[in-house]
Design a protein around this ligand. Sequence first.
Ligand code: NAD
Length: 470
Amino acid sequence: MSLQEMVFRNLVGGVLTDAVSSMNVINPANGEVFATCPETTHRELDDAVAQAKRAFATWRLVSVGDRATMLARAAEVIRLNTSVLGRILTAEQGKPLREAEGEVAAAAAMFEKFAAVPLTPEREFVGDREVALVRRPLGVVGAIVPWNFPVLLMAMKIPAALMAGNVVVLKPAPSTPLATLKIGELLADVFPPGVLNVISGAAELGAWLTAHPDVDKISFTGSTEVGIKVIRGAADGLKRLTLELGGNDAAIVLPDVDVAKTADAIFKKAFRNTGQVCTAIKRLYVHDTVYDEMCGELARLADKSIVGNGMDEATEIGPLQNRAQYDKVRSIIDDARSHGVVIAGDQEVDSAGYFIRPTIVRDISDGAMLVDEEQFGPVLPVVSYTDIDEVIDRANASPYGLGGSIWGGDLERANALALRIDAGTVWVNDHGTLNFALPFGGAKRSGIGSELGPHSLHEFTQLHVVNLVH
Ligand code: NAD
């Protein structure tokens, strides 16, 4: 079936439904509408939350083993549909098809991995008392996802929430709802009705979900600005919150690196997904002794990269995901021209799609918008430094604290410096690689709480301490 022929519906209470109105979805590779999705109203949201609440009464009693079996089945169903989900994801998001398929496969793996997390209550003895520490589900979880990795970021929330015994109302981003709605359709028969609900709509839908009195927890991934609105919206209900927010990750290159090899790795970590990655390298600090060589290598890699429609096999870098982000990145590049020297990219691409070639700006410093703010697009500032202590202070001066990295030949020195970076996750000679076993979350204005790892299930539970008498 062609993408244009596909129908995308909400999943509410186990039934696929059309909302009273619909929204257009645009292919960022050509700027054209290619599908529609439901534009869920407040009343339709109320219905989804009510269905979820009803389902919670029984889902919370389903055994851990049975929940795990259903999650494993969900993984299998998603995996069997990798090809169609990958095509939908590339059409709505823009990323190269092989990366879209990789994202779907990674999402399937999340369902499988969360299915294997043990949920046994702990017992402790305090004096002569036995105390049971039970993790109870919270109830209805509102899951809100951005447009850069719609499928993977959804899968960092949903299986954890369900495995812990919660029910979910999931809201994808307005510009990338389709693969998520299709996953809802595919999973309609896997979970009991109302356990997983998927609804698409405009940004207000996120605000309504956040403030809904019958929603007990919001698991949100998106910008810091909207994360703050989520805190406000959830305050009256004292809802539990996990917030995975923006970043402005610094990478620091020490003088003793292999420049060509390091440039190659850094280029990939800065420009993957067209730079629209929360943990992309967004500021690069390079020691002055290797600065010119590093800038030259990065410019060479930018010049030879293949930018195009993600459906073309040769494409390495797709379009920006939406017009607003394209305009924002363009204005950041315009501003950067007066603060530094553009040595690659920044040429017009002859297409109606939202394309910007990978752009490298050198001789720029802190204080420029491109260095201080989150660009979330294919443009990298390369900043020169001389003194390592001073550059660590500059890296840590950001209000964000999502990730950071140190690149060097002397590993002991690099490891010691990594410990000094103020961020949720820091890497040495790597950046942005996530591991299921490790919690991932932001420091400072990059978030509250964490996802991934067995520990993240705690974010979806209330600790219940029961003093037992024998
Ligand atoms: P965004 O904050 O604009 O939107 C995120 C989601 O929130 C969307 O689904 C949107 O519809 C919804 N939303 C909008 N207004 C809302 C409101 N008032 N209340 C509740 N929900 C609302 O973010 P974006 O532009 O889609 O994504 C890019 C941002 O996400 C970047 O800042 C990036 O760094 C961040 N991000 C963070 C992580 C992480 O794990 N820390 C991962 C991916 C992206």
